[in-house]
Design a protein around this ligand. Structure first.
Ligand code: P6P
Length: 326
């Protein structure tokens, strides 16, 4: 019975109480995100029945096929945040341009990938939503892209929802990383993983070995080294949130280096690498582009791509050292 008192809603309110000057707006924003994630989870969990698998026939800014669930998740997130009124500008993986919301009162900028890994939807592989929240930085009353193009270290919160064997909401506001599992019987996210810490050294590496021939030499050297020393197992789902979450819980390092097809890397800085690096730092890990901590990189555009090496700190630092040696 006491588990009912460790809900996400209660946790968010307890976090607010740590900030005496809090107005409750942030709590309401986080609550809105939690509601959006439950709505998306309900659809993801029965996509095959509702005939919302498959594609819409459209292509997004990334040149990727937009799956029906992608579009649905994007619409839900934007609608909930717009109605909530606590945000002034949004950046979504699915939309070419940032969305400046009509009400200028919201003081938060939210970046999100509404449904990452969607190429796996039809195969019932775990997928996820990633979000990051900034306080508006511009001095003007209205919001502008400047409020979005902040380094991830400026975030006030970051999280993801993984739609897998269960639906989990994992987030941090800078006071540890906490995981909540959705109890579908009562429609509440219940605290299941308090203060997650990623093991400093991992035994898992996640990378698409199919790109081996086009990796930078330093990455080939690192992968060959761990394969030679047989210190790691390869686990790669091809769904960032699922790979990241497993590595966060068990320890592991995820690598998406530059390739011939993605010479700047494939993953996006603003709404993928940034929020996940904020989370992993809070859990004792690290996110890097190979030379710089992801948290310190100032985005030049909302869809900017970066090479991403993220997970157990010692593994990421070893990759940085090998890349530095050239
Ligand atoms: P690849 C999914 O399309 C995605 O954006 C991430 O979720 C995932 O980590 C990556 O791409 C997989 O890319 O090239 O290995 O299929």
């Amino acid at each position: 019975m006491d588990r009912l008192f460790s809900t996400l809603s209660k946790h968010i309110i307890e976090e607010e109480r740590k900030h005496p000057s809090a107005t409750g707006e942030f709590t309401n924003l986080m609550t809105d995100i939690a509601v959006a994630s439950k709505v998306i989870a309900a659809k993801v969990n029965k996509a095959g029945i509702l005939n919302i698998l498959g594609v819409t026939g459209k292509v997004n800014i990334q040149g990727e096929e937009v799956k029906k669930l992608d579009e649905y998740a994007n619409d839900i997130f934007k609608k909930v945040l717009e109605i909530g009124g606590y945000t002034c500008i949004l950046a979504s993986e699915e939309d070419e341009e940032a969305l400046i919301l009509k009400q200028a009162t919201g003081k938060y900028a939210v970046v999100f990938d509404p449904l990452d890994g969607s190429s796996n939807i039809d195969a019932n592989v775990s997928i996820g939503t990633i979000f990051g929240i900034y306080k508006k930085s511009s001095k003007e009353d209205h919001c502008s892209k400047e409020d979005l193009l902040q380094p991830a270290k400026n975030m006030v919160a970051a999280g993801y929802i993984i739609y897998g064997s269960s639906t989990m909401f994992v987030y941090t506001t800078g006071n540890g990383v906490h995981g909540f599992t959705l109890d579908p019987e009562i429609g509440e996210f219940i605290l299941s993983h308090k203060d997650i810490k990623i093991p400093e050294k991992s035994k898992i590496y996640s990378i698409n070995e199919g790109n081996y021939s086009t990796w930078p030499e330093g990455i080939k050297k690192y992968i060959n080294k761990i394969k030679q020393e047989r210190t790691h197992s390869l686990r790669y789902i091809g769904s960032l949130v699922a790979d990241f979450h497993r590595n966060l819980v068990y320890g592991g390092v995820f690598l998406y280096p530059q390739t011939s097809k993605n010479p700047k890397g494939k993953l996006r800085l603003l709404y993928e690498a940034g929020p996940l690096s904020y989370i992993v730092k809070e859990a004792g890990g690290k996110g890097s582009n190979g030379t710089t901590d992801i948290l310190d990189i100032v985005p030049n555009s909302i869809h900017e791509r970066v090479p991403l090496f993220i997970g157990s700190k010692k593994d990421v630092e070893e990759i940085e050292t090998i890349l530095k040696e050239g």
